[in-house]
Design a protein around this ligand. Sequence first.
Ligand code: ZN
Length: 395
Amino acid sequence: MTDSDLLITRDAIRAAVNPQRLADTALALIAVPSPTRSAGAVADRLAEILTVDGFAVERPIADWPEAPAVVVRLESGATGRTLQFDGHLDTVHLPFVPPRQENGYLYGSGSSDMKGGIAAFVEALRVLRETGTLKAGSVLLTAHDHHEGPWGDRRQVEALIREGTVGDGVLLPEYLADPLPVAARGMAIFEIRIQREGEPCHEVLRPEGLPDVLAAGVLVARRLQELHTRLSGITHPVTGHDSVFLGQFHCGEIFNQAAVLCTLKGTRRWVTPNAAAEVQAEFADLLAQVADETGTSIEFDFEVQGEAYAVDADDPLLAAFQNAHTAVTGAPLPLGRKPFVDDGNTFAGLAGITPLSHGPAATGAHTLNEEVSLVDLVRVAEVYALTAVGYCGGK
Ligand SMILES: [Zn+2]
Protein backbone atom coordinates (compact mmCIF):
# COMPACT_ATOMS: atom_id res chain seq x y z
CA MET A 1 0.00 0.00 0.00
CA THR A 2 1.37 3.47 -0.88
CA ASP A 3 1.53 6.14 1.79
CA SER A 4 -1.36 8.05 0.31
CA ASP A 5 -3.51 4.90 0.06
CA LEU A 6 -2.71 4.25 3.70
CA LEU A 7 -3.90 7.72 4.70
CA ILE A 8 -7.07 7.44 2.60
CA THR A 9 -7.80 4.09 4.26
CA ARG A 10 -7.03 5.55 7.67
CA ASP A 11 -9.50 8.36 7.09
CA ALA A 12 -12.21 5.92 5.99
CA ILE A 13 -11.62 3.78 9.07
CA ARG A 14 -11.48 6.79 11.37
CA ALA A 15 -14.78 8.10 10.02
CA ALA A 16 -16.44 4.72 10.54
CA VAL A 17 -15.31 3.99 14.09
CA ASN A 18 -18.20 4.73 16.40
CA PRO A 19 -16.89 5.50 19.91
CA GLN A 20 -20.19 5.02 21.72
CA ARG A 21 -20.89 1.73 19.90
CA LEU A 22 -17.44 0.58 21.00
CA ALA A 23 -18.09 1.72 24.59
CA ASP A 24 -21.51 0.02 24.66
CA THR A 25 -19.92 -3.24 23.52
CA ALA A 26 -17.28 -3.04 26.24
CA LEU A 27 -19.87 -2.18 28.91
CA ALA A 28 -22.10 -5.08 27.82
CA LEU A 29 -19.17 -7.49 28.21
CA ILE A 30 -18.03 -6.02 31.54
CA ALA A 31 -21.61 -6.39 32.86
CA VAL A 32 -21.39 -10.19 32.72
CA PRO A 33 -19.14 -11.53 35.50
CA SER A 34 -16.64 -14.02 34.07
CA PRO A 35 -14.04 -15.28 36.51
CA THR A 36 -11.70 -17.76 34.85
CA ARG A 37 -13.39 -21.12 34.09
CA SER A 38 -16.80 -19.38 34.27
CA ALA A 39 -16.75 -17.28 31.10
CA GLY A 40 -19.71 -19.08 29.47
CA ALA A 41 -22.25 -16.30 29.98
CA VAL A 42 -19.98 -13.55 28.67
CA ALA A 43 -19.05 -15.68 25.67
CA ASP A 44 -22.78 -16.01 24.99
CA ARG A 45 -23.13 -12.22 25.31
CA LEU A 46 -20.30 -11.60 22.85
CA ALA A 47 -21.76 -14.15 20.41
CA GLU A 48 -25.14 -12.40 20.69
CA ILE A 49 -23.62 -8.96 19.99
CA LEU A 50 -21.78 -10.26 16.93
CA THR A 51 -24.85 -12.12 15.67
CA VAL A 52 -26.99 -8.98 15.97
CA ASP A 53 -24.26 -7.21 13.98
CA GLY A 54 -24.79 -9.74 11.21
CA PHE A 55 -21.64 -11.83 11.65
CA ALA A 56 -21.75 -15.62 11.40
CA VAL A 57 -20.59 -16.83 14.80
CA GLU A 58 -19.02 -20.23 15.44
CA ARG A 59 -18.89 -21.69 18.95
CA PRO A 60 -16.22 -24.41 19.07
CA ILE A 61 -16.04 -26.15 22.45
CA ALA A 62 -12.24 -26.13 22.30
CA ASP A 63 -11.69 -28.32 25.34
CA TRP A 64 -13.96 -26.26 27.61
CA PRO A 65 -17.66 -27.19 27.35
CA GLU A 66 -18.56 -24.75 30.16
CA ALA A 67 -17.72 -21.84 27.84
CA PRO A 68 -17.46 -22.62 24.14
CA ALA A 69 -15.16 -20.14 22.39
CA VAL A 70 -16.45 -17.36 20.12
CA VAL A 71 -15.13 -17.33 16.54
CA VAL A 72 -15.94 -14.97 13.67
CA ARG A 73 -14.34 -14.73 10.25
CA LEU A 74 -14.38 -11.65 8.07
CA GLU A 75 -13.43 -12.69 4.53
CA SER A 76 -12.42 -10.23 1.86
CA GLY A 77 -13.02 -12.77 -0.91
CA ALA A 78 -9.49 -12.36 -2.28
CA THR A 79 -6.47 -14.42 -1.32
CA GLY A 80 -4.16 -12.99 1.30
CA ARG A 81 -3.00 -13.49 4.83
CA THR A 82 -5.28 -14.08 7.79
CA LEU A 83 -4.84 -11.78 10.75
CA GLN A 84 -6.14 -13.20 14.02
CA PHE A 85 -7.60 -10.96 16.71
CA ASP A 86 -7.40 -13.07 19.89
CA GLY A 87 -8.56 -12.13 23.36
CA HIS A 88 -9.54 -13.80 26.62
CA LEU A 89 -12.96 -13.17 28.14
CA ASP A 90 -12.16 -14.40 31.64
CA THR A 91 -11.12 -12.16 34.50
CA VAL A 92 -9.12 -12.76 37.67
CA HIS A 93 -11.01 -14.00 40.72
CA LEU A 94 -11.75 -10.74 42.54
CA PRO A 95 -15.10 -9.33 43.71
CA PHE A 96 -17.19 -8.20 40.73
CA VAL A 97 -17.11 -4.48 39.90
CA PRO A 98 -20.06 -3.44 37.67
CA PRO A 99 -19.53 -1.40 34.49
CA ARG A 100 -19.57 2.39 34.50
CA GLN A 101 -18.82 5.06 31.89
CA GLU A 102 -17.76 8.42 33.26
CA ASN A 103 -15.79 11.39 31.89
CA GLY A 104 -14.51 9.45 28.92
CA TYR A 105 -13.41 6.41 30.93
CA LEU A 106 -14.83 2.91 31.27
CA TYR A 107 -14.63 1.13 34.61
CA GLY A 108 -15.44 -2.31 35.98
CA SER A 109 -14.17 -5.89 36.05
CA GLY A 110 -12.24 -6.69 32.90
CA SER A 111 -12.41 -3.17 31.45
CA SER A 112 -8.62 -3.13 31.34
CA ASP A 113 -7.89 -6.88 31.19
CA MET A 114 -9.27 -7.29 28.52
CA LYS A 115 -12.92 -6.71 27.64
CA GLY A 116 -12.15 -3.16 26.51
CA GLY A 117 -9.61 -4.55 24.07
CA ILE A 118 -12.03 -7.20 22.81
CA ALA A 119 -14.63 -4.49 22.21
CA ALA A 120 -11.99 -2.65 20.15
CA PHE A 121 -11.50 -5.84 18.09
CA VAL A 122 -15.26 -6.03 17.50
CA GLU A 123 -15.39 -2.37 16.47
CA ALA A 124 -12.43 -2.92 14.10
CA LEU A 125 -14.27 -5.87 12.50
CA ARG A 126 -17.44 -3.82 12.04
CA VAL A 127 -15.51 -0.96 10.51
CA LEU A 128 -13.55 -3.20 8.13
CA ARG A 129 -16.82 -4.65 6.90
CA GLU A 130 -18.65 -1.31 6.63
CA THR A 131 -15.83 0.45 4.79
CA GLY A 132 -14.90 -2.45 2.52
CA THR A 133 -11.25 -1.58 3.13
CA LEU A 134 -10.12 -5.18 3.62
CA LYS A 135 -9.21 -5.93 -0.01
CA ALA A 136 -7.47 -9.28 0.47
CA GLY A 137 -7.13 -12.03 3.05
CA SER A 138 -9.29 -12.28 6.15
CA VAL A 139 -9.60 -11.46 9.80
CA LEU A 140 -10.26 -14.20 12.34
CA LEU A 141 -11.66 -13.11 15.70
CA THR A 142 -11.31 -15.59 18.56
CA ALA A 143 -12.31 -15.10 22.19
CA HIS A 144 -12.01 -17.66 24.96
CA ASP A 145 -11.80 -18.61 28.64
CA HIS A 146 -9.04 -20.21 30.73
CA HIS A 147 -6.40 -17.49 30.53
CA GLU A 148 -5.84 -16.13 34.03
CA GLY A 149 -3.64 -18.20 36.31
CA PRO A 150 -3.64 -19.98 38.63
CA TRP A 151 -7.33 -20.74 37.88
CA GLY A 152 -6.93 -21.31 34.16
CA ASP A 153 -4.42 -23.48 32.32
CA ARG A 154 -4.70 -22.03 28.77
CA ARG A 155 -6.39 -25.20 27.55
CA GLN A 156 -8.88 -23.34 25.39
CA VAL A 157 -6.42 -21.26 23.40
CA GLU A 158 -4.28 -24.38 23.01
CA ALA A 159 -7.27 -26.36 21.72
CA LEU A 160 -8.17 -23.62 19.22
CA ILE A 161 -4.61 -23.73 17.90
CA ARG A 162 -4.56 -27.55 17.73
CA GLU A 163 -7.88 -27.51 15.86
CA GLY A 164 -6.45 -25.07 13.31
CA THR A 165 -8.51 -22.04 14.30
CA VAL A 166 -5.51 -19.82 13.91
CA GLY A 167 -4.27 -17.01 11.66
CA ASP A 168 -0.92 -16.29 9.99
CA GLY A 169 -0.21 -13.70 12.68
CA VAL A 170 -2.06 -12.63 15.81
CA LEU A 171 -2.81 -9.43 17.73
CA LEU A 172 -3.57 -9.61 21.46
CA PRO A 173 -5.18 -6.61 23.19
CA GLU A 174 -3.12 -6.75 26.38
CA TYR A 175 -2.91 -3.51 28.37
CA LEU A 176 0.47 -2.72 26.83
CA ALA A 177 0.43 0.46 24.79
CA ASP A 178 4.13 1.35 24.73
CA PRO A 179 6.62 -0.07 23.86
CA LEU A 180 5.66 -2.75 21.34
CA PRO A 181 6.91 -6.09 22.69
CA VAL A 182 8.83 -7.97 20.02
CA ALA A 183 10.50 -10.54 22.23
CA ALA A 184 9.69 -12.43 25.38
CA ARG A 185 11.40 -14.94 27.61
CA GLY A 186 9.92 -18.37 28.10
CA MET A 187 8.96 -19.25 31.65
CA ALA A 188 8.27 -22.37 33.69
CA ILE A 189 7.29 -22.76 37.34
CA PHE A 190 8.95 -25.74 39.01
CA GLU A 191 8.38 -27.71 42.17
CA ILE A 192 11.01 -30.24 43.26
CA ARG A 193 10.21 -32.98 45.79
CA ILE A 194 13.17 -34.77 47.36
CA GLN A 195 12.21 -37.88 49.31
CA ARG A 196 13.70 -40.88 51.11
CA GLU A 197 12.14 -44.17 52.07
CA GLY A 198 10.87 -44.80 55.60
CA GLU A 199 9.31 -42.68 58.30
CA PRO A 200 10.49 -39.46 59.93
CA CYS A 201 12.66 -40.35 62.95
CA HIS A 202 14.62 -38.82 65.82
CA GLU A 203 18.07 -37.77 64.70
CA VAL A 204 19.80 -40.11 67.19
CA LEU A 205 17.74 -43.09 65.99
CA ARG A 206 18.76 -42.78 62.35
CA PRO A 207 20.19 -45.94 60.86
CA GLU A 208 23.68 -45.65 59.41
CA GLY A 209 23.68 -44.20 55.91
CA LEU A 210 20.09 -42.90 55.97
CA PRO A 211 19.70 -40.51 53.02
CA ASP A 212 19.44 -36.87 54.12
CA VAL A 213 16.74 -35.05 52.15
CA LEU A 214 17.63 -31.67 53.65
CA ALA A 215 21.27 -32.00 52.63
CA ALA A 216 20.10 -33.10 49.18
CA GLY A 217 17.88 -29.99 49.04
CA VAL A 218 20.83 -27.78 49.91
CA LEU A 219 22.85 -29.47 47.18
CA VAL A 220 20.05 -28.85 44.67
CA ALA A 221 19.94 -25.20 45.73
CA ARG A 222 23.68 -24.85 45.26
CA ARG A 223 23.63 -26.57 41.86
CA LEU A 224 20.77 -24.30 40.76
CA GLN A 225 22.82 -21.30 41.84
CA GLU A 226 25.76 -22.56 39.77
CA LEU A 227 23.39 -23.18 36.88
CA HIS A 228 22.10 -19.63 37.18
CA THR A 229 25.63 -18.27 36.94
CA ARG A 230 26.17 -20.26 33.75
CA LEU A 231 22.76 -19.25 32.36
CA SER A 232 23.48 -15.55 32.85
CA GLY A 233 25.76 -15.89 29.85
CA ILE A 234 22.89 -16.88 27.56
CA THR A 235 21.67 -13.47 26.47
CA HIS A 236 19.27 -11.76 24.08
CA PRO A 237 19.56 -8.07 23.16
CA VAL A 238 15.94 -7.33 24.08
CA THR A 239 14.90 -9.80 26.76
CA GLY A 240 18.06 -10.07 28.84
CA HIS A 241 19.31 -13.49 29.90
CA ASP A 242 18.33 -16.95 31.07
CA SER A 243 17.76 -17.46 34.78
CA VAL A 244 16.80 -19.94 37.44
CA PHE A 245 15.27 -18.57 40.61
CA LEU A 246 14.54 -20.36 43.87
CA GLY A 247 11.74 -18.77 45.91
CA GLN A 248 10.79 -21.44 48.44
CA PHE A 249 12.57 -24.16 50.40
CA HIS A 250 10.67 -26.32 52.88
CA CYS A 251 11.95 -29.17 54.98
CA GLY A 252 11.40 -30.79 58.37
CA GLU A 253 8.85 -30.62 61.17
CA ILE A 254 11.08 -30.06 64.23
CA PHE A 255 14.73 -29.43 64.97
CA ASN A 256 15.81 -32.95 65.87
CA GLN A 257 13.75 -35.06 63.45
CA ALA A 258 15.17 -36.45 60.23
CA ALA A 259 12.70 -35.42 57.55
CA VAL A 260 11.39 -37.53 54.68
CA LEU A 261 10.54 -34.71 52.29
CA CYS A 262 12.19 -31.52 51.11
CA THR A 263 10.48 -29.26 48.56
CA LEU A 264 11.91 -26.41 46.51
CA LYS A 265 9.93 -24.06 44.26
CA GLY A 266 10.96 -21.41 41.79
CA THR A 267 11.06 -20.31 38.18
CA ARG A 268 13.17 -20.99 35.13
CA ARG A 269 13.22 -18.38 32.34
CA TRP A 270 14.91 -18.59 28.98
CA VAL A 271 15.56 -16.30 26.03
CA THR A 272 16.01 -18.85 23.23
CA PRO A 273 12.85 -19.40 21.15
CA ASN A 274 11.41 -22.92 21.24
CA ALA A 275 13.83 -24.14 23.90
CA ALA A 276 11.29 -25.37 26.50
CA ALA A 277 11.97 -29.09 25.96
CA GLU A 278 15.73 -28.63 26.03
CA VAL A 279 15.55 -26.49 29.18
CA GLN A 280 13.42 -29.09 30.93
CA ALA A 281 15.78 -31.91 29.95
CA GLU A 282 18.75 -30.01 31.41
CA PHE A 283 16.78 -29.48 34.63
CA ALA A 284 15.92 -33.18 34.84
CA ASP A 285 19.57 -34.13 34.36
CA LEU A 286 20.69 -31.87 37.19
CA LEU A 287 18.15 -33.40 39.58
CA ALA A 288 18.92 -36.98 38.54
CA GLN A 289 22.57 -36.31 39.29
CA VAL A 290 21.77 -35.07 42.81
CA ALA A 291 19.43 -38.01 43.47
CA ASP A 292 22.22 -40.32 42.43
CA GLU A 293 24.79 -38.67 44.67
CA THR A 294 22.54 -38.48 47.74
CA GLY A 295 20.58 -41.73 47.60
CA THR A 296 17.30 -39.80 47.59
CA SER A 297 14.51 -39.97 45.05
CA ILE A 298 13.67 -36.71 43.32
CA GLU A 299 10.58 -35.93 41.30
CA PHE A 300 9.58 -32.57 39.90
CA ASP A 301 6.85 -30.62 38.12
CA PHE A 302 7.95 -28.26 35.37
CA GLU A 303 4.95 -26.27 34.20
CA VAL A 304 5.75 -24.26 31.10
CA GLN A 305 3.78 -21.01 31.29
CA GLY A 306 4.91 -19.78 27.91
CA GLU A 307 7.56 -20.30 25.25
CA ALA A 308 10.21 -17.70 24.40
CA TYR A 309 9.93 -15.89 21.10
CA ALA A 310 11.44 -13.06 19.11
CA VAL A 311 9.80 -11.26 16.19
CA ASP A 312 12.05 -10.78 13.15
CA ALA A 313 12.86 -7.19 12.24
CA ASP A 314 11.38 -7.75 8.75
CA ASP A 315 8.26 -9.60 9.93
CA PRO A 316 5.27 -8.50 7.80
CA LEU A 317 2.97 -8.18 10.82
CA LEU A 318 5.46 -5.91 12.55
CA ALA A 319 5.72 -3.77 9.41
CA ALA A 320 1.93 -3.59 8.96
CA PHE A 321 1.45 -2.70 12.62
CA GLN A 322 4.07 0.05 12.60
CA ASN A 323 2.68 1.52 9.37
CA ALA A 324 -0.78 1.53 10.93
CA HIS A 325 0.46 3.00 14.20
CA THR A 326 2.31 5.73 12.33
CA ALA A 327 -0.74 6.57 10.23
CA VAL A 328 -2.99 6.71 13.30
CA THR A 329 -0.68 8.45 15.81
CA GLY A 330 2.09 10.05 13.76
CA ALA A 331 4.92 7.78 14.88
CA PRO A 332 5.88 4.10 15.10
CA LEU A 333 6.11 2.53 18.54
CA PRO A 334 9.48 1.95 20.14
CA LEU A 335 10.25 -1.76 20.34
CA GLY A 336 10.75 -3.53 23.64
CA ARG A 337 10.35 -6.72 25.60
CA LYS A 338 7.19 -8.20 27.02
CA PRO A 339 7.26 -8.04 30.80
CA PHE A 340 4.87 -10.95 31.38
CA VAL A 341 3.76 -14.20 29.78
CA ASP A 342 0.53 -13.95 27.80
CA ASP A 343 -1.25 -16.01 25.15
CA GLY A 344 1.19 -14.59 22.61
CA ASN A 345 3.82 -16.97 23.98
CA THR A 346 1.43 -19.85 23.33
CA PHE A 347 0.77 -18.71 19.76
CA ALA A 348 4.50 -18.42 19.11
CA GLY A 349 5.38 -21.76 20.70
CA LEU A 350 2.44 -23.92 19.66
CA ALA A 351 1.25 -22.34 16.40
CA GLY A 352 4.59 -20.93 15.26
CA ILE A 353 3.03 -17.60 14.29
CA THR A 354 4.05 -14.04 15.10
CA PRO A 355 2.20 -12.54 18.08
CA LEU A 356 2.02 -8.82 18.80
CA SER A 357 0.57 -7.77 22.14
CA HIS A 358 -0.74 -4.25 21.93
CA GLY A 359 -3.72 -2.68 23.59
CA PRO A 360 -4.98 0.43 25.31
CA ALA A 361 -2.95 2.22 27.98
CA ALA A 362 -5.38 0.77 30.50
CA THR A 363 -4.63 0.56 34.20
CA GLY A 364 -5.59 -1.49 37.24
CA ALA A 365 -5.37 -4.97 35.72
CA HIS A 366 -5.71 -7.60 38.46
CA THR A 367 -7.14 -5.03 40.91
CA LEU A 368 -10.60 -3.69 41.78
CA ASN A 369 -9.79 -0.40 40.02
CA GLU A 370 -9.61 -1.26 36.34
CA GLU A 371 -10.09 1.65 33.97
CA VAL A 372 -9.57 2.42 30.32
CA SER A 373 -10.00 5.61 28.34
CA LEU A 374 -12.46 5.53 25.47
CA VAL A 375 -10.20 7.76 23.36
CA ASP A 376 -7.47 5.15 23.67
CA LEU A 377 -9.84 2.29 22.80
CA VAL A 378 -10.78 4.21 19.65
CA ARG A 379 -7.07 4.59 18.87
CA VAL A 380 -6.41 0.86 19.16
CA ALA A 381 -9.52 -0.02 17.14
CA GLU A 382 -8.16 2.16 14.32
CA VAL A 383 -4.70 0.60 14.63
CA TYR A 384 -6.18 -2.93 14.59
CA ALA A 385 -8.31 -2.28 11.52
CA LEU A 386 -5.52 -0.56 9.61
CA THR A 387 -3.01 -3.27 10.57
CA ALA A 388 -5.41 -5.86 9.15
CA VAL A 389 -5.71 -3.97 5.85
CA GLY A 390 -1.93 -3.76 5.46
CA TYR A 391 -1.09 -7.25 6.69
CA CYS A 392 -3.85 -9.27 5.00
CA GLY A 393 -3.41 -7.48 1.68
CA GLY A 394 0.37 -7.64 1.82
CA LYS A 395 0.90 -10.63 -0.45
ZN1 ZN B 1 -4.69 -10.68 33.32
